[in-house]
Unconditional design. Structure first.
Lengths: 498, 414
């Protein structure tokens, strides 16, 4: 009767651990704290108080180390995550306890200890150790039934926590796949799509780092397209590997060679997945946990495989889109942007400068005597002149600058976040680049190209987009009426162009 | 009165089961000095602490995360790269930087040495313990232990004498974990070798000078000066349990294993032990410096308060009290001098000297993986020794293969 009451008390105590929002699963044992440590801490504190025990600890069985590792230790009212490991030697009393050959183990004076197995649903979780070193009260056979009941209830609750964790994990994996899939189709622009996938993989699956390599358009090399770390910071470092066997295990993987020792050794911390469509290799997705040294759970592999499958097709589509977009926004002869696209970007940059109280400069560049060259050497030569000047401008402008064909022999260059002084320096560089090397035409005629460049800056010279273009044009017009081959920054003394 | 600021502090069991008591004493003093602060202490074993810090860095929604954590010095770079720690560089102006024991700064910064993420709390340097009674009977002058040759000669004399039937020379650092990178480090450095190139792009532990150091150590196993098993085919124990004439260890045994109040204290060891600096190799004298740091967790809502706690715990007075209790060395010169003033002069002299020649492991984000590679190579070499197959070719093959593996890992990150 007394024992029955005690057992009832134990059960009630475990029921007390019910979560505020219980997980909706069919197992009643899931109605326990989410974390194993919380359960053990509560249970052991309760045990020490209830049975007046000095110290209690739970050792969980670790088959990979063939040992028992102290998971939680309570010294009356103090909680300590213990640092104790008991190696299980063959035929040792603890080994026999775990294998079921013994029901319990009492270690007599001077230790005043008892070990009770934690067993539920035919599984062994570890052992419960109780100690009475301070009180010097030995454990007796009379204590065992209560300890056994407690251990059984605890093991059952542990099982409940594990089951709940598995279910939570499964839900999380499904959610992760859903989130990452959404990320893949969030944008049709390649760089935005890759960034969104990397962010999502890190957030959902917690990798230390995600790297995406793409095969370049010529199909000659594998180049890093994006590297993002746990802090969601992107690395600017670029890598490129020729697509030849033996260069890097990742390249070999794309080329169909498997069985690389390094890849196999690290297959639980670094995963490379080829990004493919049905008939084309697009690149490689690499994820790793090399810093945290935590194994990538096998449950994540199918998710990654599914993601890589979707990414292959998405990358192909994004590249097609990029191609079409480039065709529709660039000039076929010079490769420079068309004015329609330029104006859209100019609007964006202008509003940004307005909002941030920044500066924005604009240059209009005109090829001196272009009409004369065209008339003298013919239209094909005129085309060569246009594409040569465009190439020299593009290769000397900064990455942030945007160059477009303004019409005829005029180019327009947008310089975001650039003052008038900085624009003058850049204009000088472009002027030099165009005029320093003569151009040899097909009939061996060397021609010396020069350009005139008019510049205006927001907000110094203009307060609207239209005004900015107008001022730069007026500066250019002034040069043309003063002999050409010069650079001129707009000033209010320049008369308005009719 | 405004609500108190609540800080969570995580430490490792630095004083075993006494850790709570030892730390609470310090925390009470902190609270007294800073009445508006409450500190909740949790003691986590080393491997749990790592896993939980990673979980916090990755999930960010960990219930009740810590504000201040103890970390192993070699964890600093990796945890910083994972975003687990707060940048404390600006706080460093608040302390006497020159008072921190110099080489241990390496464990505070990220590799480019521009940003700091933790501050040294306590440290330990490897020295050589020896049994004075046995050496005296063998006619070995302890001064001779100062070089590799002198040390090996002493081990051989012991092995070939009547003492050799009762005592072994040098124990393995740990039966279960095998030989770790920091066990090999002083031998590799003493031979002029290294583990990584200074830019951390390549492994160097398979280069000739490094191999010389590894070989010296493993030859001692081949020649039974470091036994792999005891006479009863079980773990042979160690110096402090009275089975060996030498042991490489840090300062902590002096207050614990060699202290008469320690339950497993062996009088014949405690009464006859001597210590010496780590034997000097062909490239000079060098020893391994390890330690623990305190850091502010990246998710902390109270970084300024957390820094206040770190400043207190790494302050001279707290360091002296704490180091005494846990048997480690403080990380400040001033605290070290105060602590060593009360120690036997030989102990003080050896640790002072050892800190002057101490080195740290390289700061690399992938150091944990490199440590595993070196550990695995050592394990394979131990197997070769057990199977009587160890020779120069086996050593070269094993270390070159490990070096290539490390190069691959470094190419991915560093």
């Amino acid at each position: 009767m007394k024992e029955k009451r005690a057992l009832q008390r134990i059960r009630e105590e475990f029921q007390r651990f019910t979560l505020p929002e219980p997980i909706k699963v069919s197992h009643r044992w899931a109605l326990v704290p989410k974390e194993k440590n919380d359960l053990l801490e509560h249970a052991l504190l309760y045990l020490c108080d209830w049975m007046k025990i000095d110290r209690a600890a739970v050792f969980l069985y670790d088959p990979s180390r063939e040992s028992l590792i102290a998971r939680q230790l309570v010294d009356q009212t103090d909680v300590l995550s213990g640092e104790e490991e008991i190696a299980l030697m063959a035929n040792s009393p603890l080994n026999r306890l775990l294998s079921g050959k013994r029901a319990h183990l009492i270690v007599d004076d001077p230790n005043f200890m008892a070990y009770i197995p934690l067993r539920a649903f035919g599984n062994i979780f570890g052992v419960l150790r109780v100690e009475n070193l301070r009180r010097k009260r030995p454990f007796t056979e009379a204590d065992i039934p209560l300890l056994n009941d407690f251990a059984h209830e605890l093991a059952t609750a542990l099982r409940g926590v594990e089951m709940a964790a598995i279910e939570r994990e499964q839900v999380a994996q499904m959610q992760a796949l859903h989130e990452v899939s959404n990320a893949i189709f969030r944008s049709v622009r390649l760089d935005e799509m890759l960034k969104s996938v990397a962010q999502s993989l890190i957030q959902q699956l917690g990798f230390d780092r995600v790297k995406i390599y793409l095969i370049n358009r010529e199909g000659e090399s594998l180049e890093s397209a994006l590297t993002m770390d746990q802090r969601q910071q992107e690395s600017l470092e670029k890598e490129s590997f020729p697509l030849k066997r033996g260069i890097h295990p990742m390249v070999d993987l794309i080329l169909g060679k498997t069985g690389d020792e390094r890849l196999e050794k690290y297959q639980r911390t670094i995963i490379y997945l080829p990004l493919r469509t049905r008939d084309e290799n697009m690149g490689v997705l690499m994820v790793d946990n090399l810093l945290s040294q935590q194994e990538i759970p096998p449950e994540q592999i199918p998710i990654l495989t599914a993601v890589a499958g979707q990414m292959g097709m998405a990358i192909k589509n994004a590249r097609l889109f990029q191609g079409v977009e480039e065709l529709s926004i660039t000039d076929g002869l010079t490769g420079l942007y068309l004015m329609r696209y330029f104006k859209q970007r100019l609007k964006e940059e202008f509003y940004r400068a307005e909002r941030t109280h920044g500066q924005l400069s604009l240059m209009i560049l005109d090829i001196d005597h272009f009409k004369r060259f065209n008339d003298t050497f013919g239209h094909p030569a005129g085309d060569i002149i246009l594409s040569t000047v465009a190439e020299r401008v593009l290769s000397n402008a900064r990455k942030v600058d945007l160059t477009a064909r303004y019409g005829g022999d005029e180019f327009v260059i947008l310089l975001p976040d650039t003052s008038a002084e900085e624009a003058l320096l850049l204009a000088d560089r472009l002027h030099q680049a165009v005029s320093s090397v003569p151009l040899t035409l097909a009939n061996n005629n060397d021609i010396h190209l020069t350009v005139s460049i008019g510049i205006a800056t927001y907000p110094t010279h203009a307060s609207s987009i239209e005004e900015l273009i107008k001022r730069a044009d007026e500066a250019l017009y002034w040069i043309k009426s003063h002999g050409r081959n010069r650079i001129r920054l707009y000033s209010f003394e320049i008369p308005a162009k009719n | 009165m405004a609500n108190p600021i609540k800080l969570n502090l995580w430490v490792m069991p630095n004083a075993g089961f006494d850790t709570q008591r030892v730390m609470q004493r310090e925390l009470n003093l902190f609270r007294k000095e800073n009445p508006g602060y409450e500190v909740r202490l949790t003691v986590h074993p080393w491997h749990f602490a790592w896993d939980r810090l990673i979980a916090i860095a990755k999930r960010k929604d960990y219930t009740d995360p810590p504000d201040v954590v103890q970390i192993g010095g070699t964890w600093n770079t990796t945890l910083a790269a994972l975003g687990a720690l707060s940048d404390i560089t600006d706080y460093l102006d608040d302390i006497e930087r020159s008072d921190i024991i110099r080489p241990v700064w390496n464990y505070c910064y990220e590799p480019t040495r521009t940003r700091a993420y933790s501050l040294p709390w306590f440290l330990d340097a490897r020295v050589l313990y020896y049994r004075g009674d046995i050496l005296s009977d063998l006619g070995v002058d302890p001064e001779g232990l100062g070089t590799w040759k002198g040390f090996r000669d002493a081990c051989e004399r012991l092995h070939n004498s009547k003492w050799g039937k009762k005592y072994f020379a040098l124990p393995l650092p740990g039966q279960r974990e095998g030989i770790l990178i920091h066990d090999l480090a002083p031998w590799v450095w003493g031979a002029g070798g290294n583990f990584l190139s200074s830019d951390r792009h390549f492994a160097q532990f398979h280069e000739p000078s490094s191999l010389k150091g590894v070989d010296f150590y493993f030859r001692m196993m081949v020649d039974h000066l470091i036994p792999l098993l005891g006479r009863d085919r079980l773990n042979p124990g160690d110096f402090f349990s009275g089975q060996f004439a030498f042991q490489v260890s840090g300062v902590w045994p002096i207050n614990t294993l060699l202290n008469p109040q320690y339950p497993y204290y062996r009088p014949e060891v405690a009464e006859n032990y001597g210590i010496s600096v780590f034997p000097s190799g062909p490239a000079g004298q060098v020893t391994y410096l390890g330690g623990s740091n305190l850091a502010i967790v990246g998710t902390s809502q109270h970084p300024h308060a957390a820094w206040k706690l770190i400043k207190f715990l790494t302050g001279v007075e707290s360091q002296v009290r704490h180091s005494r209790q846990i048997g480690m060395l403080p990380s400040r010169y001033t605290a070290l001098e105060q602590l060593l003033t009360g120690a036997p002069s030989r102990v003080a002299e050896v640790f002072r000297h050892s800190l002057r020649v101490a080195r740290t492991l390289p700061c690399a984000a992938t150091l944990g993986t490199i440590e595993r590679i070196v550990g695995r190579a050592s394990q394979n070499l131990m197997t070769a020794v057990r199977e009587n197959k160890y020779d120069e070719r086996v050593l070269n093959d094993e270390m070159i293969s490990a070096g290539k593996e490390a190069d691959y890992i470094l190419s991915l990150y560093e």
